[in-house]
Write a protein that binds this ligand. Structure first.
Ligand code: V47
Length: 380
């Protein structure tokens, strides 16, 4: 092993003492965590931080994604989902309201607790389409929590309505909105914004929209898109910006690092990062974001094996059953589009953790599997 790769355990031991004492980590600490060569020691520290909060519990939900249309006025270089026109093969598509409601019905009939609704920035839909969609789902299937619309969509709706974001969020909440998903943050860096998502709203606006939601009592999630052109300092600054906003209003529930997928988009020459990279993202996120309760290993983007390992590296949530997913799968994703609840629980048990079904807001939900599983680890 070269001198540069020799793990400097004293750095991590010193950090561990500070984490245990409840001390906040600095930007320099964040850089040191990203650079630290002993990944398993870093994982153990992050796992201890997760267990201090959650014990051995790992949560998941029974949910369904509805990507209502991928027609989008933006052209982000990392995105394979967005299309300009509806086509016969359905690569560019618009679900009818009936197709949306069919999916919501299937979710309700399957006993789901949540539908996760996001789409492109459609250039022609009027503002009224969006609250009407929520209202139609809510009125028919009131048991479903509607986690809907990224900050980017909300900002676009404000432009369409000619109203402030506060007004839009209040109107959507009235129509059934339960919370906001964490998408659209990409990397909160002006450089990365300029280079690969310049026509999307700027990073400061993403933070502003979430801050407004939090002030109004609407909870949300936060993502980081990693594994493309971003620099380590930019990821640390991204995490610190989330931590700072969380200090102010406390509305983030979950941090979700998203692994970039490179097929059918303008960044196809960048090789996709592998498992060890994802493990580090989870561990660093857990340690730097001392005020965000949950860290999610999104199995759809990480892959099942890596997501499962992440449960020993600081993640305490593995997302949900999903059922139908387009954003990752149009970019070459190879995971299944959905998993059943029993499978998710086994993934968690095999990782040495205790599965707990939850709703969107992390309240425990009883599972039909409870009491039927053997206490030993799940089948190999
Ligand atoms: O906003 C787009 C990202 C996000 C690609 O809040 C890509 O619980 C990888 O935000 N490769 C949508 N990622 C997904 C998302 C999400 C997923 C699961 C749970 C939650 C939650 C949120 O996917 C987009 C964008 O950042 N994305 N293209 C790509 N090629």
């Amino acid at each position: 092993m070269s001198a540069a790769a020799t793990p400097d355990r004293s750095v991590l031991r010193a950090l561990a003492r500070r984490v245990e004492a409840g001390e906040r980590l600095t930007r320099e600490d964040g850089l040191a965590l990203y650079a630290h060569p002993d990944l398993s020691a870093l994982g153990a520290l992050a796992n201890a931080a997760a267990e201090a909060r959650h014990g051995d519990r790992v949560t998941y939900n029974v949910n369904r994604h509805i990507n209502y249309s991928n027609i989008c006025r933006l052209s982000c270089m990392f995105c394979s989902f967005a299309k300009k026109l509806v086509d016969e093969k359905g690569i560019g598509y618009e679900f009818t309201m009936e197709q949306i409601l069919d999916r919501a019905r299937e979710a309700a009939e399957a006993g789901a607790d949540e539908v996760h609704i996001v789409g492109g920035l459609h250039p022609d839909y009027p503002y009224s389409y969006y609250p009407a969609m929520l209202r139609a789902i809510r009125d028919r299937y009131p048991s479903l929590h509607l986690k809907a619309f990224t900050a980017v969509e909300v900002d676009w709706f404000a432009e369409l309505a000619g109203k402030p974001v506060e007004w839009v969020l209040a109107d959507l909440r009235e129509a059934g909105l339960g919370s906001l998903p964490g998408g659209g943050a990409e990397v909160l860096s002006d450089r990365v914004h300029r280079k690969i998502f310049r026509d999307k709203m700027p990073p400061a606006r993403w933070l502003e929209v979430h801050g407004i939601a939090h002030r109004m009592g609407i909870r949300s999630n936060a993502t980081l898109l990693y594994g493309h052109i971003e620099r380590v300092e930019e990821k640390v600054d991204h995490l610190l910006a989330l931590r700072d906003l969380q200090d102010r209003h406390g509305g983030f529930m979950t941090y979700i690092p998203l692994r970039f997928h490179n097929e059918y988009n303008q960044l196809k020459n960048i090789p996709m990062v592998r498992g060890v990279h994802s493990l580090r993202e989870i561990a660093v996120g857990r340690l730097l974001l001392d005020n965000v309760p949950h860290v999610k290993a999104y199995w759809i983007m990480m892959g099942l094996d890596t997501a499962q390992l992440c449960l020993q590296y600081g993640a305490d949530d593995i997302d949900g059953t999903v059922v139908e997913e387009k954003i990752t799968h149009m970019a070459g994703g190879t995971t299944p589009e959905g998993l059943d609840e029993g499978f998710l629980r086994n993934l968690i048990r095999e990782a040495g953790k205790r599965p707990q079904r939850r709703d969107t807001l992390y309240n425990p939900v009883p599972s039909r599997f409870e009491g039927t599983e053997s206490p030993a680890a799940a089948p190999a």
